[in-house]
Design a protein around this ligand. Structure first.
Ligand code: NAG
Ligand code: NAG
Ligand code: NAG
Ligand code: NAG
Ligand code: NAG
Ligand code: NAG
Ligand code: NAG
Length: 620
């Protein structure tokens, strides 16, 4: 029965050594049968654990160590249960105790010094407790040193990343902490790395670790750490080689571009979206994760929640990668205010964060201000429009109501309020109409109704008085000059060719009047001229107008009789059937009656330009 168990155990042990060939296996099988009974290991039932996953590689001359990993909670309760660890060479099944210069057992570790090729093979550790027994084999592989190299044949790979800080770690570090004393030396290929050599200024040695401050592509290669140590009077040397590779794609420290630890104004009840934008310089695919948090928790990714974070989006440009993750508020609520929403970036090397705080927006003054300004603008526009349309009425009413605001013109030494000049004292045609207007309608209105005093040559000049003197004196004594004219007044067809002495005399007289008046008006500025236009002037007629009249007309405009609808006079402008029918009627009567209405625009305009009768009650 015991033998059978032994056989089974031994078979398992052999099967777990793939390096052995069939002949070797047979040999071991025989030897174990022979030695059974003499070795405690095979005489017991020990729970067998699979061979230690970590192979130990060594070269002749080096020291090396094997570690029993059975001292683990899942094997037995080693903190309370007493135990003994023993090591056996699987070839001889001889227990390995402190053989001078060769073997040291310390704790869970078997140290083998001065390794030779024959030392290769399985070593079994057995842990015995009062109630049980556990065993595990460990494989030692011994390789020949490769000639002309300083590295070990077996190298583990460690990665460095281009452009960033990197670190190589000596695989021996866990063991060498248990020795009595040690020194460590790093090599790259065969070149020793020293802190003092400027060639290695990017490298710094911290015992078992080699730091590289700014990795470059040429840093790839084989690095060897060699530890020389002392243990229980034995001195040994052990080396490990690292195949340092340089990963060309790299990602540097992520930088949060947005948010920037500031406050964000939000309108209560409106949706809000705030992005976390992170830039990761480098060429690699960033591994960083962007996550939004409120004060305590990660925010939901569930789209049906009021506040949720959308998935992270990665975009690349030539200098790095952009990570974006929007935080969405379905509607901003009162409780969202004054909370720090923090965007965390969890990277391979570092964690960074930035936050924003929601604040309610200031009340918006722009809308009321806009309404106020628009209102003012509209009031102003309407006022300007009203003033423009009813300017005359307003001014006239004002003059009537507040006459005391205007100076009394009586004491200014002038005799007349206006000097009236009109095209012809005689003759027919338009001149005849002008005469009717100047001699009858004008005085009727201005003198009888408004109380103005007019001077009309021919009416008011004394008989026998030299016309020139009379004109000059009277113009000097007038406050205004009313120049009544029609289209043909200043000479055009039918007028200039009249070879009539009287007409010529009158023409000369009017011309003199006009010139004197214009002289006073334009050069001295002492006289204000009111132009009264009886009919619509055609552009051809305008060509005959004297320069001075044209100038005045352009500057101040004319009071147009023809524009006033009720006074429409011009028989040449046909205004439809009714007007033509009226043609035969007495023009005098037709004009006189409606025209004198003081509400007519024409008369208002005229009154507007006439001197103000200050401090004198207006006769309505
Ligand atoms: C080991 O034993 C101690 C004391 O009996 C006990 O508290 C502990 O839970 C045990 N551990 C395991 C892994 O069984
Ligand atoms: C461990 O070994 C010592 C000395 O050989 C022995 O006294 C002790 O009983 C052993 N303990 C166990 C648990 O086997
Ligand atoms: C180092 O590792 C790289 C990548 O795995 C491999 O291509 C290279 O051959 C290795 N060099 C040595 C010397 O083992
Ligand atoms: C999202 O939230 C809604 C309501 O809270 C819930 O019904 C739904 O199951 C959630 N969805 C996921 C994918 O968690
Ligand atoms: C938000 O964070 C800033 C800076 O860390 C801190 O001063 C402030 O008190 C925080 N606000 C809240 C509401 O926690
Ligand atoms: C924002 O605040 C975090 C800590 O709350 C800090 O680490 C970070 O440097 C700050 N960022 C800026 C741009 O001030
Ligand atoms: C000149 O014309 C006026 C009226 O147009 C007329 O009364 C007068 O007789 C005419 N004189 C001559 C000499 O033709």
């Amino acid at each position: 029965m015991l033998k059978l168990i032994d056989l089974r155990l031994t078979m398992t042990m052999f099967l777990s050594v793939p390096a052995m060939d069939l002949r070797q296996m047979w040999f071991y099988f025989i030897s174990i049968l022979c030695f059974s009974g003499s070795t405690r290991a095979v005489g017991e039932f020990c729970k067998d654990y699979i061979r230690n996953f970590d192979r130990v590689f060594s070269v002749p001359g080096d020291a090396d160590m094997l570690t029993c990993t059975l001292l683990a909670p899942n094997v037995f309760n080693y903190t309370t249960v007493p135990y003994n660890i023993s090591w056996y060479n699987s070839k001889t099944w001889k227990e390995l105790t402190g053989e001078k210069g060769k073997i040291v057992v310390r704790g869970t570790t078997l140290w083998i010094f001065n390794i030779e090729m024959e030392d290769a093979g399985d070593y079994t550790c057995i842990i015995r407790t009062p109630s049980g027994c556990f065993k595990q084999s460990n494989l030692l592989i011994v390789n020949q040193i490769i000639p002309d190299t300083c590295s070990r044949p077996y190298a583990t790979e460690q990665k460095l990343t281009n452009k960033v800080k990197g670190k190589l770690s000596c695989p021996l570090k866990n063991h060498i902490r248990t020795v009595d004393s040690y020194t460590i030396q790093w090599y790259k290929e065969c070149e020793p790395i020293t802190n003092s050599n400027p060639l290695w200024d990017r490298f710094s040695i911290f015992n078992e670790e080699l730091d590289v401050s700014d990795v470059r592509p040429e840093d790839r290669g084989l690095y060897t750490c060699t530890v020389t140590f002392n243990l229980e009077g034995h001195s040994g040397r052990v080396s490990e080689t690292i195949n340092g590779t340089v990963k060309m794609s790299y990602s540097l420290e992520p930088k949060i571009v947005e948010p920037v630890n500031d406050t964000v104004k939000a309108v209560l009840g409106s949706p809000l979206k705030k992005n976390c934008r992170v830039f990761v310089p480098g060429t690699g695919k960033p591994t960083d994760t962007v996550i939004w948090m409120d004060e305590n928790n990660f925010l939901s990714e569930n789209h049906s929640h009021d506040v949720f974070q959308a998935p992270q989006i990665v975009t690349r440009d030539e200098t790095g990668a952009w990570l974006e993750r929007p935080l969405n508020f379905r509607v901003v609520k009162q409780e969202d205010f004054s909370i720090n929403y923090t965007c965390w970036v969890f990277g391979f090397r570092s964690h960074v964060s930035a936050y924003f705080t929601l604040l309610p927006t200031d009340p918006n003054y722009m809308i009321p201000i806009g309404i106020l300004l628009t209102g003012l603008l509209m009031i102003f526009t309407v006022s300007a429009f009203i003033y423009h349309c009813f300017k005359m009425d307003i001014v006239l009413s004002f003059r009537r109501m507040c006459p005391f605001l205007y100076t009394n013109t009586e004491s200014d030494g002038k005799l007349y309020d206006a000097y009236v000049t009109y095209p012809s004292l005689f003759g027919g045609g338009v001149s005849g109409e002008a005469e009717i207007f100047a001699l009858h309608m004008l005085p009727q209105f201005l003198e009888e109704r408004c109380g103005y005093k007019l001077f009309i040559l021919g009416r008011d000049s004394l008989p026998g008085q030299a016309i020139v003197d009379a004109v000059e004196e009277s113009i000097q004594a007038s406050r205004r000059l009313i120049l009544v004219y029609s289209g043909t007044t200043f000479g055009s067809q039918g007028h200039s060719d009249t070879n009539n002495d009287t007409n010529r005399t009158m023409d000369a007289c009017q011309s003199f009047e006009r010139q004197t008046a214009m002289h006073s008006a334009l050069l001295e500025g002492s006289l204000q001229v009111i132009l009264v236009e009886l009919e619509k002037i055609t552009p051809t007629q305008l060509d005959f107008f004297p320069e001075s009249v044209l100038h005045l007309r352009n500057r101040q405009g004319a009071v147009c009789l023809w524009k006033s609808s009720r006074l429409r006079w011009n028989r040449r402008l046909k205004c439809g059937g009714r007007r033509e029918k009226d043609e035969g009627e007495d023009i005098r009567g037709e004009l006189a009656l409606p025209s004198l209405s003081s509400s007519s625009r024409f008369w208002k305009e005229l009154r507007y330009y006439m001197p103000v009768k200050g401090k004198r009650m207006w006769r309505p």
